[in-house]
Write a protein that binds this ligand. Structure first.
Ligand code: NAD
Length: 315
């Protein structure tokens, strides 16, 4: 870990160390989610975000921090460690209590604004505030998804309702189209965008159900948005992360098994690491990512490419 970190450092500055205590089980109970045991016996390791100047002079909006385990928060810390100026949108006053102390721990007093992606007036207000504050921006991070818990279990065919389908698609797929439209209007000099997806879009994953369908729509949207915005110098990509212990994962029935299988079947035999996901976002959002657009980049310890898990020697 240390060796990798030193290799990546550009300016000799110490990396930001992100320490995460495992208090997820309590959080899940608080949130009324399903898998209260998820992550209980698997403390998350510290994440190290290499410091440098890759994002210096770039400003962007991070959508989707709910708490310190959020993928958006890992990405935000990595971007901040590379000099990005950040704004954060969060889903309503309830989350502000958790998000504000995190955001205030970053250098440079990042800007915070509430935005419910299902509400046009709220999105209008968010992007008007950004326009007023910055006038222009360089990148967008979209790490937002939602489906009702009844739809994240059992039979996709029998449990998916019209309203649940529309809601999952609205929050988890359309919101990226909407945010990309609004953000691109503030990117006259080009820019970059990333969203977060999961393998359940390409393959059947038990209980992922309607969210898999929404992620397929999100990935297709990524390609269409990339085509539209390409001529304006804006690159648009998706990161397909392996299972990670977050609130969103806790809403999926059997999330603990997903985590264990994700590790046991993976090529690297490890959990997907926040450093890997945040590092992929840094690559895609910085100038390192030149020429890469319309891509779905898998960061899942190689799980997506495995056809058959390890077979014990036959005697
Ligand atoms: P998370 O719960 O920390 O983040 C989900 C975010 O979505 C929260 O901040 C929540 O407030 C936001 N959100 C939901 N409805 C919203 C609305 N109407 N308006 C505004 N915001 C809303 O969980 P996470 O795992 O960090 O999820 C981030 C992204 O990563 C999601 O797109 C998720 O599908 C994706 N992802 C997660 C995993 C995983 O295993 N955790 C794997 C692959 C992809």
């Amino acid at each position: 870990m240390t060796a990798r970190c030193i290799r990546l450092r550009l300016d000799g500055a110490p990396p930001i160390r992100y320490s995460t205590e495992n208090r997820l089980a309590g959080r899940f109970a608080e949130a009324g989610r399903q898998d209260h045991n998820l992550g209980k016996d698997q403390p998350m390791s510290d994440s190290v975000f290499p410091a440098g100047n890759l994002m210096k002079g770039k400003r962007g909006l991070v959508m989707g921090v709910a708490n310190k385990n959020s993928i958006a928060w890992g990405i935000a810390q990595q971007l901040a460690a590379q000099g990005a100026e950040l704004a954060f949108s969060y889903q309503g006053e309830e989350l502000e209590k958790r998000v504000r102390p995190l955001v205030e721990s970053l250098p440079g007093s990042p800007f915070m604004v509430t935005a419910d992606v299902t509400d046009d007036a709220s999105m209008d207000a968010c992007f008007e505030a950004l326009q007023k504050k910055w006038g222009r921006m360089d990148f967008l991070v979209h790490a937002i998804a939602f489906a009702g818990k009844d739809e994240l279990q059992g039979s996709f065919t029998h449990n998916t309702t019209r309203d649940g389908f529309k809601r999952a698609m609205d929050v988890s797929a359309f919101s990226f189209v909407d945010a990309a439209k609004r953000a691109s209007a503030l990117m006259p000099d080009g820019g970059a965008m990333v969203c977060l997806t999961y393998l359940g879009s390409e393959r059947v994953v038990p209980n992922y159900n309607v969210m898999g369908v929404a992620k397929a729509a999100l990935e297709a949207s990524t390609r269409y948005i990339a085509r539209d915005l390409g001529p304006h110098g804006i690159r648009v990509n998706a990161i397909s992360a392996g299972p990670m212990r977050t609130l969103a994962m806790a809403g999926i029935s059997g999330g603990r098994t997903l985590m264990k299988t994700g590790k046991d079947w993976s090529m690297l035999k490890e959990d997907t690491r926040m450093e890997g996901v945040a590092g992929a976002a840094l690559y895609l959002l910085s100038d390192l990512g030149h020429s890469c657009t319309g891509e779905v980049l898998h960061v899942d310890a190689g799980f997506h490419a495995v056809g058959v898990p390890d077979i014990a020697e036959e005697g």
